[in-house]
Design a protein around this ligand. Structure first.
Ligand code: PNS
Length: 182
């Protein structure tokens, strides 16, 4: 029996509802899907690779055939190392196409046996990007419908460290009041 294993490489800084939508779609067409976070020393990320990994692991915990990993170096080398035969990438709009096509063709040149599979996220995520989410969060607008709840929480903590203590105090108050009632 042929089992298809794919990698879904990206920066995921932070992971968004668009990424999750694509992971769900990918998990339905591949037997195994590895969400692969690039450890890119040139970029100055908002979240550490460890944080992004934790967020993605929590987001994908309900998918039996999805795992999360990190890699550095070439995507094609990583794909071959883990035994994947396909690279999953999302295309939101025509503006993504040129960059994605260039990357897919270069990857094909480097590793002809590896296929790139493009999928479209749901329409409501077609304008969503990690860059915009970072910008919006930094400028104080609501990001609640753009990212999963735990990512929103992490973003709030990044932007305002006091938020962490406020959330901790809130859940402490809730658990005390539950104890009182019982
Ligand atoms: O989420 P992103 O930032 O759009 O993901 C881009 C990514 C990680 C897929 C791309 O930068 C990549 O594959 N980097 C690894 C290095 C590599 O293989 N470069 C050649 C690509 S043709």
């Amino acid at each position: 029996m042929i089992r298809t294993k794919a990698i879904y490489p990206g920066s995921f800084d932070p992971p968004t509802n668009g990424h999750l939508d694509l992971i769900e779609r990918g998990s339905k067409i591949f037997d195994e899907l590895v969400v692969a976070i690039l450890c890119n020393p040139e970029k100055d990320p908002l979240f550490s690779v460890a944080d992004r990994r934790r967020m993605l692991e929590a987001m994908t915990a309900n998918f039996d055939n999805v795992s999360v990993d990190t890699f550095d170096g070439l995507t094609v080398d990583y794909a071959i190392r883990v035994g994947a035969t396909a690279v999953l990438r999302g295309i939101r709009a025509i503006s993504d196409y040129e960059y994605e096509l260039q990357m897919a063709l270069m990857n094909r040149k480097l590793q002809p046996g590896l296929e790139t599979v493009f999928m479209m996220p749901a329409e409501q995520y077609s304008y969503l990007s990690s860059r915009l989410v970072r910008e919006i969060a930094q400028l104080g607008a609501s990001i609640e419908s753009l990212v999963p709840e735990l990512v929103a929480q992490k973003l709030h903590e990044k932007m305002d460290p006091a938020h962490k203590f406020e959330s901790a105090a809130q859940s402490d108050r809730k658990s005390k009041s539950r104890k009182k009632k019982s």
